[in-house]
Design a protein around this ligand. Structure first.
Ligand code: ADP
Ligand code: MG
Length: 318
């Protein structure tokens, strides 16, 4: 099978929301009047972002999910995406599974695959997503203000728990491991919540490299500090962690990464509106701290006492 047969067979489908999709030199997008385009790229490299053992359908899902998560963090609505793919060879069962997982999530969000590039090379997947957001309404990292509540969506720490089980540093019962592994391999981008938070949240970021590190981007961009409740955060681990040490749970929930939840801030006067946005998007939202004038991040336990544990954040070059 040649390059063009491969594209036609696995990746060419009629565009539904874009005037021109796969097959020409460029795709064409048509954002509605008054909307700005929101654009983001994320690359997945074997051995770095995923294990070779992952099912191709889950990998197809994850490759798009991590990109949709960036649109969610900006409050943008998905429109279209491109897929740049390096493949070691033509493995049809792999292509079938990968494209099935990819298109299932794309269809769930009405997001068209409109173009890309296909080449031979070590397995590498790069997606660029395009979304739309009313002009001036995108959620940014820079809008947090002292006095705002600090919120997070969904659950935290499960993906890191699964990774630690793969690494052999922790063990979980089989059903808890399966649940954690699904969180790692098939994250849920909080696309509806992001849009529901427009005009309510003052800032937002998605958690890809770990809560503390990603929250740090909000603090730096906004010129503020925060206090974070470590116990409220570890309580958000979804799988049953009975018997695991508190330190390990805090590492997973506070600096785990790969969660693809939204961390956001909103004024205390907007608590009911945030709860309503959570309900409207069927997404749990939890308050885990507050924004303060003093720079830096203070991590406390449920009684307000400082937590002395040291945490890292994921960085490809450290
Ligand atoms: P060009 O030579 O103009 O760069 P290509 O020959 O690389 O175009 O690709 C042909 C068409 O197939 C283009 O419309 C391109 O966007 C699309 N395409 C290539 N690879 C993919 C892919 N993995 N997924 C979706 N579309 C793709
Ligand atoms: Mg061309």
């Amino acid at each position: 099978m040649g390059e063009f047969d491969l594209i036609t067979r696995y990746f060419k489908r009629p565009a539904t929301r874009s005037p021109l999709g796969v097959g020409d030199d460029c795709a064409l997008l048509a954002p509605a009047a008054g909307m700005q385009l929101a654009v983001s790229s994320d690359m997945l490299v074997e051995g770095r972002h995923f294990l070779s053992t992952v099912e191709p359908a889950r990998l197809g899902h994850k490759a798009l999910a991590v990109n949709l998560s960036d649109l969610a963090a900006c409050g943008a609505k998905p429109l279209a995406f491109t897929l740049a793919l390096a493949l070691p060879g033509v493995d049809e069962p792999w292509l079938e599974g990968f494209s099935r997982g990819l298109f299932a999530l794309a269809d769930a969000h009405g997001c068209d695959l409109v173009g890309g590039d296909t080449t031979r090379g070590p397995l590498n997947i790069c997606i660029t997503v395009f979304g739309e957001v009313p002009a001036g309404a995108a959620l940014l990292r820079s809008g947090a203000r002292a006095g705002d509540d600090l919120w997070v969506s969904g659950s935290l720490g499960d993906a890191r728990l699964a990774l630690e089980v793969f690494r052999g540093t922790l063990s979980l019962p089989a059903d808890a491991f399966a649940q954690a592994r699904a969180r790692m391999e098939q994250p849920t981008p909080r696309v509806a919540l992001g849009q529901a938070l427009r005009g309510i949240a003052t800032s937002a970021v998605d958690v890809s490299d770990g809560l503390i590190g990603d929250l740090g981007h909000i603090l730096a961009a906004s010129g503020v500090g925060a206090t974070l409740d470590a116990d409220a955060t570890t309580a958000l681990i979804a799988v049953d962690t009975a018997g695991l040490p508190t330190e390990a749970l805090r590492t997973c929930a506070l600096s785990g990464g790969d969660d693809y939840e939204l961390v956001f801030t909103a004024p205390a006067s907007a608590r009911a509106a945030v709860a309503q946005a959570g309900q409207a998007s069927a997404t749990r939202v939890t308050r885990i701290g507050r924004i303060e004038t003093d720079a830096g991040l203070r991590i406390v336990d449920a009684s307000g006492a400082p937590v002395s544990q040291r945490f890292g954040s994921f960085d490809h070059f450290v």
